[in-house]
Design a protein around this ligand. Structure first.
Ligand code: ADP
Ligand code: AMP
Length: 223
């Protein structure tokens, strides 16, 4: 199997984490979510977490130099040597350029940038109804993807919680940040011939199937 170095692009609430959970398992690559890494650091009250918390709570981006540092370190880990799926990174052109440098130094290339496209009103419904398992991080939605165990996780039985930044006001700020700072990446990766668009309004399992087909197609070309 050829190496798969994938970026999952899309606004907050587009379904990146939901899809990454399935695809990473299937394709055997690590799921590298900067949001998850920051939330773990906040929970553990590490210096990284303490510096990231105020940015996250207000819906702003954590400064580039901090974020680039943690991703560069993560990509140096053994499990990322044969492919990875980045979720929530890069989010600025500076981060995209830094990623290029890191990959170039490690003699790696991006395979594809998969852009999950969802309109804003739907994103707000998804973010404000999202529930996350405290224990294993599995993601649900009160209406669109309820846990079979109600307020407990269908995978591990852990309690579900709502992220503080999923309030409607903070969700709206995050979408504004996304449109100002992250949407330029769509043109950036289109110009490089790497971008593939996926209609994220489709049901979860149909989006998974479309992503799977795209990845399988790339894999057979690169094999
Ligand atoms: P992201 O990682 O891009 O922020 P998530 O994967 O956490 O997004 O999904 C956001 C919310 O939308 C979650 O509550 C999830 O269950 C729900 N969701 C994800 N994909 C879909 C979909 N295709 N249709 C309906 N709801 C979805
Ligand atoms: P996410 O889980 O991807 O929705 O990210 C949650 C929060 O973590 C964001 O609102 C940011 O505050 C922070 N964050 C995650 N990824 C990045 C990134 N690539 N650059 C800057 N901040 C980030």
């Amino acid at each position: 199997m050829s190496e798969m170095n994938i970026i999952l692009l899309g606004a907050p609430g587009a379904g990146k984490g939901t899809q990454a959970a399935v695809l990473c398992k299937e394709f055997g690559v690590p799921h590298i979510s900067t949001g998850d890494m920051f939330r773990q650091a906040v929970q553990a009250q590490t210096p990284l977490g303490l510096s990231a918390k105020s940015f996250m709570d207000s819906g702003a981006l954590v400064p580039d130099h901090v974020t680039i540092g943690i991703v560069a370190d993560r990509l140096a880990a053994d499990d990322a040597a044969r492919g990875f799926l980045l979720d929530g990174f890069p989010r600025t052109l500076t981060q995209a350029e830094a990623l290029d440098d890191v990959l170039c130094r490690r003699k790696k290339e991006l395979t594809a940038v998969l852009n999950i496209d969802v309109p804003e009103d739907e994103l707000i419904r998804r973010l404000t109804g999202r529930q996350v398992c405290k224990v294993c991080g599995a993601t649900y939605h009160r209406v669109f993807h309820p846990s079979p165990q109600g307020e407990r996780c269908g995978v591990c039985g852990g309690a579900l919680y709502q992220r503080v930044d999923d309030s409607e006001a903070t969700a709206r700020s995050r979408l504004l940040v996304y449109s100002r700072q992250t949407t330029p990446l769509i043109a950036h990766y289109t110009q490089r011939g790497l971008l593939k668009n996926i209609d994220g309004l489709l049901p979860i399992d149909v989006v998974t199937e479309k992503l799977r087909e795209l990845l399988a197609g790339m894999n057979s070309r690169g094999a």
